[in-house]
Design a protein around this ligand. Structure first.
Ligand code: FE2
Ligand code: FE2
Length: 267
């Protein structure tokens, strides 16, 4: 449990460490994660803290991140070399534990998994991953169906939808994909297919905070709301093309291309 004073200290230190757009994004992720946690019965304090600090190491250069990752993580050399945009997630547990020793393994794991996720995700992991993509500063076209699904589909289904949207983005925009991200995708596809009705279901209508009930009807709607064919027109990279990602992680920076498509940085 991080109390209000400590949270405020974390916030101020983050603000002093990262650029203003990153700080604004981090605040958005913290708030979105807290809201998701409330809706899905996850620890709200953990979610707010993990959301706030998830991009802590974005302040570092790729050179610094590669050095840290080589020394303190198991990230393969090829990923360190070719997909440096994901490294800040893997180095963060090491960096943050030094800064804030009270951070729990659960919070650090959620931060570590916010770019590439994992075949088995804790609820907090999913909350932070989703919040990173749907926080209010995000304006790309395909984020709307994800936001609309909050509270309507189960946390697993919402994570699946979000992960799918980021994978589509990476392919459509010729981005490198972390090998582990493919393992994660395959594992989630298999788990979803094995679920009742072929998807992870909707949230139970009584809102009692219990495990969501499977509802096959939500499969069709969630699928149709993320049309693959439209992704390339609406999710495009605006800056830092060298920062190709494993699975996308977003900033709040955005602009509009000449064709009218909203451009969002995902790095
Ligand atoms: Fe990130
Ligand atoms: Fe982020």
């Amino acid at each position: 449990m991080v109390d209000a004073d400590r949270f405020e200290e974390m916030r101020q230190r983050l603000q002093a460490r990262v650029k203003p757009s990153r700080y604004a994004h981090s605040m958005g992720v913290s708030q979105a994660a807290e809201q998701l946690a409330r809706i899905y019965g996850v620890n709200e304090n953990d979610a707010a803290v993990a959301g706030l600090l998830h991009d802590w190491d974005k302040a570092l250069s790729f050179k610094q991140l590669r050095k840290l990752a080589k020394k303190h993580t198991k990230v393969p050399k090829a990923v360190r070399k070719n997909i440096p945009g994901v490294l800040h997630a893997y180095t963060a547990p090491y960096s943050l534990k030094k800064e804030f020793p009270e951070l729990t393994d659960e919070v650090l794991q959620a931060i570590e998994r916010h770019t590439c996720a994992a075949p088995e995700m804790a609820d907090l992991d999913m909350v932070v991953f989703i919040a990173d993509i749907i926080e209010p500063g995000r304006t790309f076209g395909d984020v709307a169906p994800l936001r609309e699904a909050v509270g309507e589909v189960s946390l697993e289904e919402l994570f699946y939808m979000t992960y799918k949207a980021t994978m589509i983005y990476l392919l459509e925009d010729d981005k490198a994909i972390h090998p582990d991200s493919l393992d994660t995708w395959n594992a989630w596809v298999a788990a979803r297919e094995a679920s009742e009705g072929g998807c992870f279901g909707s949230v139970s209508a009584d809102g009692d905070g219990e495990e969501p009930e499977a509802d096959a009807d939500s499969c069709a709607s969630s699928e149709s709301e993320v049309p693959e064919g439209e992704t390339s027109q609406t999710v495009q990279v605006a800056e830092a093309p060298a920062a190709s990602a494993g699975v996308a992680e977003a900033t709040s920076a955005s602009s509009v291309r000449s064709n009218g498509a909203r451009v969002i940085t995902i790095e």
